[in-house]
Design a protein around this ligand. Structure first.
Ligand SMILES: Nc1ncnc2c1ncn2[C@@H]1O[C@H](COP(=O)(O)OP(=O)(O)O)[C@@H](O)[C@H]1O
Ligand SMILES: [Mg+2]
Length: 410
């Protein structure tokens, strides 16, 4: 135990003073330490059994990576120190409270959660790309700081692992441990990180662990040892018992990644980069139910709100040509459908329907227009369908010279 007020020398930050004890954990004790310029740092001093040459070698490799200069989500040790004869390391003090605490206190919505999951996946991807594993990804080693926006930090690299390094000393956290570590005692690896990453991503999106909170210890152990995702909609008809959101708020792509990630087939788990891409894409598909305000990540298969079960509205186009129901996930609108005008292209537009959201893809030569308070405006020339306006009942649309109104199918 080091007393508050104890001073020690550092190479990079001058003289530091120990302030308060933050936590005493399995491998050592963490203290807050303040530099002479007032900046806050965290001093971690290892227990005697971890003060080994192996620990030193792993830490030297980690520090030499300078991950923090590439990505500010990563808060890794910056320097090795010896204080009162004990050996340890120093990292910048990240602001915020742990994800574990936030999961019980609340305070971020699904948009925040997905954005933070993206940042986490990016940070872990950088570590993996250099051939290393964090080794201990869990909700207590992820800090969240909020000041208008939510930011995320990854701390605690004491289980840092890599093929070129001495074996990491611990197995990781029970709730996040990959099946091969749990059942065979294998040591931390990039593949095991991918399992833990998926569990934390699940918590960031749905506000709960993939194993429901009322599972028995035997059930928990069974699921985690076999690598089964209980939320998998294609795998179980069992009634969900979530405290957070049920797994069917997810879209098909994220569900697919969870199914592959929370699995005993280590080599098939999605990479951090795959998570980052799928999470980023899902940001454009969050839909807040106008009836119950629950967020859903929508895809073409979603017909109703997952939470209140209210069916999403179905739309049709009405004009001098009659009515065109928009009841398929994509409906082609062309000259034949619109009554034969020569101005209209054979295949003029496609109306795409994802859950409750209808958007128009313009494939024409004479354009698609929408009536606005400023008159008829051409649809934006954006290649991504997500950038097109969402159609609403009452909207007036013009395909070349053919006008129509968007109406509800009652
Ligand atoms: N860089 C840091 N910034 C902010 N808080 C930290 C930092 N490092 C450690 N802590 C705090 O100290 C606690 C223990 O440190 P940690 O490195 O996670 O060790 P362990 O989990 O092995 O006890 C963390 O849960 C966190 O509250
Ligand atoms: Mg920790």
């Amino acid at each position: 135990m080091i007393n508050p007020g104890t001073k020690f020398q550092t190479r990079n930050f001058g003289t530091m003073t120990v302030a308060a004890t933050l936590a005493a954990g399995g491998q050592g004790t963490a203290y807050e330490a303040v530099a002479s310029d007032g900046s806050a740092h965290v001093l971690k001093l290892f227990r005697p059994e971890f003060q080994t040459n192996d620990t030193r070698k792993r830490l030297e490799t980690l520090i030499a990576q300078k991950f923090e200069s590439e990505n500010s989500t990563i808060v890794a040790p910056r320097e090795l120190v010896t204080v009162n004869g004990s050996f340890g390391h120093l990292s910048t003090k990240a602001p915020g409270v742990s994800l574990e605490e936030m999961l019980t206190s609340g305070g971020f919505d699904m948009l925040d959660g997905i954005q933070m999951a993206c940042a986490l996946a990016r940070a872990i991807g950088i570590i993996h790309d250099r051939g290393f594993a964090h080794g201990d990804i869990h909700a207590n080693n992820v800090l969240i700081y909020q000041n208008g926006i939510s930011r995320l930090f990854v701390i605690d690299f004491d289980n840092f692992a890599g093929a070129s390094l001495p074996i990491a000393p611990c197995l990781g956290h029970n709730l996040y441990m990959a099946p091969e570590i749990r059942t065979k005692g294998l040591s931390p690896s990039i593949e095991a990180d991918r399992f833990s990453l998926a569990v934390v991503v699940h918590e960031l999106i749905t506000l709960r662990h993939p194993v429901p909170s009322d599972a028995t210890a035997a059930e928990f152990n069974d699921v985690m040892s076999q690598g089964k995702w209980l939320g998998d909609p294609t795998f179980t008809k069992r009634k969900q018992r979530p405290d957070g959101y049920p797994a069917d708020v997810l879209n098909a792509d994220l569900s697919r990644l969870f199914r592959l990630a929370i699995s005993s087939k280590a080599s098939e788990r999605p990479t951090a980069q795959q998570w980052q891409d799928a999470l980023y894409a899902s940001l454009f598909n969050i839909y807040v139910c106008p009836d119950c305000t629950a967020p859903n990540i929508i895809d073409a298969s979603k017909k109703r709100c997952v939470m209140c079960r209210k069916a999403y509205p179905l739309l049709k186009l009405r004009g001098s040509f009659g009515a065109i129901p928009l009841n398929q996930s994509s409906v082609v609108i062309g000259r034949d459908e619109l009554g034969g005008s020569k101005q209209v292209s054979k295949r003029h537009a496609v109306i795409r329907h994802i859950g409750p959201e209808y958007r128009i893809e313009d494939c024409s030569s004479n354009g698609v227009f929408r009536e606005t308070p400023k008159g008829w405006l051409a649809l934006p020339k954006a290649p991504e369908i997500e950038r097109q306006p969402v159609l609403m009942p009452g909207d007036k649309i013009r395909f070349a010279d053919v006008e129509c109104t968007v109406e509800l199918i009652s």
